[in-house]
Ligand binder design. Structure first.
Ligand code: XMP
Length: 318
């Protein structure tokens, strides 16, 4: 029977047999899949694994710094690359969701390719692809592997894509990935993280993206997500996040009329992201969260809660 321990043992041996003494490069996303893949490879080949964690400027508040530290603490050979400005520049003025995804995917490929070129003699590209990704074309779990796959038809292949591929999680499902991660001693909090799309906050800022909008949404998202954790609701929700709407609405503050931004909160229950139901979060929680957001985040004067299920409404708004 399948157990995480036997999976780890067999996979470590299989990786060693496959890549031998070659160098391997892997893109870390901060998500469960790429992290478990990295730890598994690290166990198998140690210092021959070179991890790259790219900040696309569209991650959650403080996520790049804190996750990078966490990776280092896990003994991974990881390089953090802050390419926020490059992504923001590539996105300037783009409003269409699919064009945004393309711009983000292409910027990722460029940055990753640049970094991969700095490593000498790399022979393999490792990816955190899991079984459902193999079936679908776009991963529901986000991360570099998903980005690469949905964009590998863009003109000539970058050099890193000519590398041989090693995908140690290719045959297993998400819950199994989490169990493998637990066996490997990965922090349960990291393993329990909600899915987060590869394009990140880029597809939660409706319309064009600016640094200021990213900052606002990071603040709102942090209040919402931290609130879910504080109230013991985080683990009851499959995925949650906030959307910055391209709408200003009228409000009052003291004697002043305001005309500011509106955010939508979304929390869903799901098993695979293909269908989803909105979560019946307690009113008291919503009330407190809405007050916190409006009081603490300058530029936001209205909060709404998304009560749409998928289908027909997708989880992300873009
Ligand atoms: P939707 O919005 O299609 O999302 O209901 C289903 C799941 O997929 C994630 N998602 C993405 N992940 N790149 C990704 O890596 C994307 O472009 C993308 N779009 C949606 C979404 O967060 C949810 O988990």
């Amino acid at each position: 029977d399948w157990t995480p321990d036997s999976f780890v043992e067999e996979t470590v041996e299989a990786i060693q047999a496959k890549v031998g003494g070659d160098k391997v490069v892997l893109g870390l996303s901060g998500g469960v899949d790429s992290t478990v893949a990295a730890v598994l490879l690290n166990k198998a080949i140690g210092a021959n694994l070179y991890c790259i964690f790219v900040n696309n400027g569209l991650l959650r508040k403080n996520e790049f710094e804190s996750v990078l530290k966490q990776y280092e603490g896990m003994g991974l050979n990881v390089k953090g690359v802050d390419a926020s400005d490059r992504f923001l520049a590539a996105l300037a003025g783009i409003e269409d969701p699919e064009l945004k995804r393309k711009a983000i995917g292409n910027a990722f490929i460029e940055v990753f390719d640049d970094e991969a070129h700095k490593l000498e003699d790399v022979k393999w590209l490792a990816q955190g692809t899991i079984y459902p990704d193999v079936i679908e074309s776009v991963s529901a779990t986000g991360g570099p592997s998903a980005t690469i796959k949905s964009h590998h038809n863009v003109g000539g292949l970058p050099d890193f894509m000519k590398l041989k591929i090693v995908e140690p999680l290719r045959a297993i499902f998400k819950d199994e990935v989490r169990r493998v991660g637990a066996t490997l001693g990965i922090d349960p909090e990291l393993l329990g993280r909600h899915p987060f799309p590869g394009p990140g906050l880029g597809i939660r800022i409706l319309g064009d993206i600016t640094a200021e909008k990213v900052r606002i949404l990071q603040e709102v998202d942090a209040i919402f997500i931290n609130g879910l954790k504080t109230w013991g609701l985080y683990d009851k929700v499959w995925q949650a996040g906030a959307m910055l709407l391209p709408v200003n609405s009228v409000g009052v503050m003291g004697d002043e009329r305001t005309y500011e931004k509106c955010v939508a909160l979304r929390a869903v229950e799901s098993t695979d992201g293909m269908t989803a139901d909105w979560v019946n979060l307690p009113y008291e929680f919503l009330q407190k969260t809405s007050n916190d957001i409006i009081n603490k985040v300058k530029g936001v004067n209205r909060v709404v809660y998304d009560i749409s299920s998928k289908p027909p409404a997708t989880i992300e708004w873009e």
